[in-house]
Design a protein around this ligand. Structure first.
Ligand code: SAH
Ligand code: ZN
Ligand code: ZN
Ligand code: ZN
Ligand code: ZN
Length: 437
């Protein structure tokens, strides 16, 4: 399956304009092109489908519009902001949160939710950390909500502050946004601001329109229309020299080209806020994504480089920092900032390589032949003279395949690229980037 990108005049589903796809075989387009939902890769979440050349009748169009209207959240953002204002006026004993509907309840609504599970005595602290109150939407294919471990979140925030940024466009990073918002409300001298862009509308219960935009990062769709666009544009305008950075942590399921296209549009929004056009500079950005997407990201953003820092998560079984020893997280920071400026914590073993002019993980050795610190996954890699590059420590050179690979592998070449890393030669189940012993 290949993405042909956002097409002008594309039909819409409840998640905004659909994306154009085509089936491919051996790199060639095969069959009819079709539109499908940009946000949901699971048909169960949104089953929008239309052939590119399909004639859609007026009746069907009208029905679709009605369907899209009916599939919007039951309260508007404005209504949720008003509800919140009323909620905080309630005494603690009357502050309830319905766990089934994931909604703050006003006393008049208790009745309707009487057979639902709810939490009582919602404190101001809880209201300031909605990512703890809401359950993470872990459904792999759509939201894939994996929340930063506190350590990683603090690291990111301190890094941004040390780099001199005062505004953060938080794209799919509710926990970073929340840390900024909550510090800003508690510490007087804390002067960083954040705007959250996320598809998870539950957050509209906790933030005003100036703090949260309901946004789809796969098609650059602002659900709040022009007004929301304008809020974002205003936020990106750097008043009083307050510099902005975009931090995005998208679901890892792929569609890198769709993400890249949206991020470029956000960067263009930033560029257009300055009359002088920011001297052709790029908006500073952190794109948080697994290391095995490095080449895909660099295809779209040649100015980016990958940092060695391993981003840890709370609710991700594989990627979290265990109590005993550490599991290696494959998630990294890709940035267009100068690598030497990204200072990684020495107490976690990162060190500065003067030859590479960047911080690297403790086991990442500088290879004299490659003239670079070559490890991608944090383990020490070894140089293969035949492949003329460094490879994973667990790999061996297979003379049959004429490349380095896992010792256990079938030598027949598979045509289709791997779903995870996109490389040919193996299937998803055998993807070396996921292997850990
Ligand atoms: N580590 C981050 C969360 C990353 S999980 C943190 O702790 O703050 C991915 C985030 O992207 C989730 O918040 C999810 O709601 C959001 N998301 C998923 N699909 C999206 C889409 N199509 N558009 C915008 N945001 C999306
Ligand atoms: Zn949809
Ligand atoms: Zn080096
Ligand atoms: Zn090497
Ligand atoms: Zn082989």
């Amino acid at each position: 399956l290949a993405l042909l990108g956002p097409a002008p005049g594309a039909p819409s589903c409840p998640h905004g304009p659909a994306l154009l796809f085509v089936k491919t075989s051996q790199g060639k387009e095969e069959g009819r092109r079709f539109y499908a939902c940009s946000a949901c890769r699971d048909r169960k979440d949104c089953n929008f489908f239309q052939w590119e050349d399909e004639k859609v009748s007026e009746t069907r169009l009208a029905a679709r519009e009605e369907y899209n209207r009916n599939h919007q959240p039951s309260f508007t953002h404005r209504q949720n902001v008003d509800r919140y204002k009323n909620f905080v006026l309630l005494p603690l004993s009357k502050r309830r949160f319905c766990q089934e509907c994931q909604q703050l309840l006003l006393p008049a609504e208790w009745e309707k939710h009487s057979d639902h599970q709810f939490l009582c005595n919602i404190t101001t602290t809880q209201l300031k950390s909605p990512s703890q109150l809401l359950y993470p939407l872990e459904n792999k294919k759509t939201n894939a909500q994996y929340l930063f471990a506190d350590r990683s979140c603090k690291f990111l925030l301190n890094l941004l502050i040390d780099l001199g940024f005062r505004r953060v466009l938080s794209v799919g990073t509710p926990r970073l946004h929340e840390m900024i918002q909550s510090k800003a409300s508690q510490e007087e001298e804390f002067n960083v601001r954040s705007l959250l862009l996320d598809i998870d509308f539950r957050y509209s219960q906790f933030y005003t329109e100036d703090e949260f935009c309901h946004y789809n990062m796969f098609n650059h769709h602002f659900f709040g229309g022009e007004a929301a666009h304008e809020i974002c544009r205003k936020f990106l305008y750097e008043e009083n020299g307050e510099r902005v950075i975009m931090v995005a942590d998208p679901p890892f399921g792929g569609l890198v080209e769709a993400l890249a296209s949206s991020f470029k549009k956000l960067m263009a929004m930033w560029r257009e806020t300055e009359k002088e056009g920011h001297d052709n500079k790029e908006m500073p950005m952190f794109w948080i994504f697994p290391y095995f997407f490095e080449s895909r990201i660099l295809d779209f953003f040649p100015s980016f480089s990958m940092m060695d820092y391993q981003v840890d998560y709370d609710n991700h079984a594989l990627y979290k920092h265990g109590k005993t020893g550490r599991r290696q997280s494959p998630v990294r920071i890709f940035t267009n900032l100068t690598p030497s400026m990204i200072v990684l914590p020495e107490e976690e073993g990162y060190r500065f390589c003067t030859l590479c002019q960047r911080y690297v993980s403790s086991d990442n050795q500088h290879c004299e032949i490659c003239n670079s610190c070559t490890s991608k996954d944090g383990r020490q890699w070894k140089h293969c003279v035949l492949c003329k590059k460094c490879v994973k420590p667990s790999w061996f050179h297979c003379s049959n395949c004429n490349c380095c690979t896992l010792q256990k592998h079938s030598c027949e070449k598979t045509d289709v690229g791997c779903f995870v890393c996109g490389k040919a030669g193996h299937k998803r189940s055998a993807c070396p980037s996921l292997s850990r012993s």
